[in-house]
Write a protein that binds this ligand. Sequence first.
Ligand SMILES: [Zn+2]
Length: 94
Amino acid sequence: MVKFCPKCGSIMTPVRRDGKIYMKCSRCGYEVEVKEKEGRKYSVTYQVEANKRVATAVAGEAKERKLSPEEREMLSEFYEIFLEEFEKEEESEE
Ligand SMILES: [Zn+2]
């Protein structure tokens, strides 16, 4: 679910402003408003992608070196906070 800028071809990322969701080009700044239903889809996909990245990073870290129980605890806590932040963001959307 990646949208490309019609002007310069760069990847566009979803941004929230005034309760609306826009797809914004990170290179030239071109923006297009996303319809609510569609935006929800983008938003969810974006979150899933972000979560996957963290999970991958955590897994990679654990693979590289043995983690102590404390470190594991810390990582899982970090992951929980990360997810909570996303949920908060969702709640404050309106
Ligand atoms: Zn662009």
